[in-house]
Design a binder for this molecule. Structure first.
Ligand SMILES: Nc1nc2c(ncn2[C@@H]2O[C@H](COP(=O)(O)OP(=O)(O)O)[C@@H](O)[C@H]2O)c(=O)[nH]1
Ligand SMILES: [Mg+2]
Length: 403
């Protein structure tokens, strides 16, 4: 990764330069106003300095050649640092070679798709292996469990649906105790009731009249935060006729900003991009007339200290009414645990569980609720905006777990 400095008159000009030069994958590291040196600049407006990180291999080859040939654009004073490995000596691009280079591979959408598919298969393998281990342990311990009639097949079913073994047995033990006291109850009924208790009631966003609601959405990269915000924003504005606004604090991916702006235009709602927490109070003031304001955030690696600080800053400034932690169900239990642990510092949140369509195992949802000890606000079931989102339906989930 290389870092490059841009100086421009404002953020819009800087972004235009960055996008033209480095493409949509460039990541903004920081921005600050800078006074230019020299007496002639003494009374001029300060310029904006933007630091950008980028992968040289992701800068399209054509752009590297253009950078070599062209002068810097008029509104940015930067020193082009053309990376050695990306800058060929010859003027013309070389003849295409049969074997694709790794840089080509990274830019090739088909290869990216393949990598994503591979990632998914690894996650599903991880889930399958955990399931086998659970089942194996279940068989091993079978002899030591002495459940009343009808409980054991349900425990097996739950484990087949990828409910953690420990959790399935906890529920079975509670059910056994209840059945010991109430002889007229059936095992199926009691287990279903205990599952419903474990799943908990849905807690979607509840908007009250004359009070603006601020909803902060957190979670790792790629889980579906932005897509879910767009789905919710569309539902609230189209179906419930609410005035909705979106503040995007994810200034890292330029492509993602464009995606949100496009949706904002289609839905005719304000979308405000901010580049640091200092801009948040003004952005919130601008959206004072809205019924609901969604704050989208950047996802970073679990345990990232800078992210921790940034989120704490947003929590303090925005004082959100709802904090939703986005977790994808198409993840292994160990990854889920890592995410929940990483966001432990935000004490009062609910879950927004995405990608239910990517796994048939509803046990993962139960495991997540059990480990996080939080209620679920919404689940998402696909990529279609605005349809593929709904408040959690505990009855339906319990039904699927028992089928
Ligand atoms: N299959 C499926 N894909 C989803 C769902 N929600 C989001 N996605 C996809 O996940 C990818 C990342 O979504 P995005 O909203 O950009 O994630 P963010 O980085 O958390 O903001 C996009 O390709 C979305 O279309 C879902 O419920 N099901
Ligand atoms: Mg996003």
């Amino acid at each position: 990764m290389l870092v490059k400095r841009y100086i421009a008159k404002d953020m819009a000009a800087a972004m235009a330069d960055i996008k033209r030069e480095l493409g949509s994958d460039a990541v903004i590291l920081s921005n600050q106003a800078v006074k230019q040196k020299g007496i002639k600049n003494l009374f001029k407006k300060p310029m904006l300095e933007v630091m950008v990180a980028y992968e040289p291999e992701k800068v399209p080859f054509r752009r590297v050649l253009e950078q070599q040939r062209n002068r810097p654009p008029a509104n940015s004073i930067y020193a082009p640092q053309i990376p050695q490995q990306a800058a060929p000596q010859q003027e013309e691009p070389p003849e295409p070679v049969k074997q694709a280079s790794s840089a080509d591979a990274e830019n090739n959408p088909a290869t990216e798709e393949k990598l994503k598919a591979l990632d998914k298969r690894l996650d599903s393998l991880d889930n399958m292996i955990s399931g086998f281990i659970d089942k194996f342990q279940m068989v091993k311990r079978d002899v030591t469990y002495d459940y009343p009639d009808g409980i054991e097949p349900i425990v097996v079913k739950l484990i087949e649906n990828q409910v953690r073994e420990e959790l399935a047995h906890n529920i079975a033990r509670d059910a056994s105790a209840i059945l010991g006291r109430q002889s007229d109850a059936t095992a199926g009924e009691v287990m279903r009731q205990l599952l419903l208790e474990q799943i908990g009631a849905a807690e979607p966003i509840s908007h009250k009249k004359f009070k603006r609601r601020v909803v902060l959405v957190l979670g790792p990269t790629g889980v579906g935060k932005t897509t879910s915000i767009v789905k919710l924003a569309a539902n609230f504005s189209i179906k419930q006729k609410k005035k909705v606004g979106i503040i995007n604090t994810d200034s890292y991916r330029i492509g993602a900003q464009e995606q949100l702006r496009t949706f904002g235009d289609i839905l005719d709602m304000p979308v405000k991009m901010i580049y640091s927490n200092e801009e948040l109070p003004d952005a919130l003031t601008e959206m004072e007339d809205r019924d609901i304001v969604f704050i989208d955030t950047a996802g970073k690696k679990p345990g990232d200290e800078a992210q921790h600080e940034e989120i704490l800053g947003i929590l303090t400034i925005a004082e959100p009414d709802d904090v939703l932690l986005c977790v994808s169900l198409a993840t292994s239990f160990s990854s889920m645990r890592e995410i929940i642990d990483a966001y432990g510092f935000t004490d009062d949140y609910r879950l927004l569980v995405t990608k239910l369509d990517e796994t048939k195992y509803r046990g993962m949802l139960l495991n997540l609720i059990w480990y996080a000890k939080r209620r679920v606000a919404y689940v998402t079931t696909g990529q279609t905006v605005p349809d593929d989102i709904e408040p959690l339906d505990p009855e339906a989930i319990a039904g699927e777990l028992l089928s």
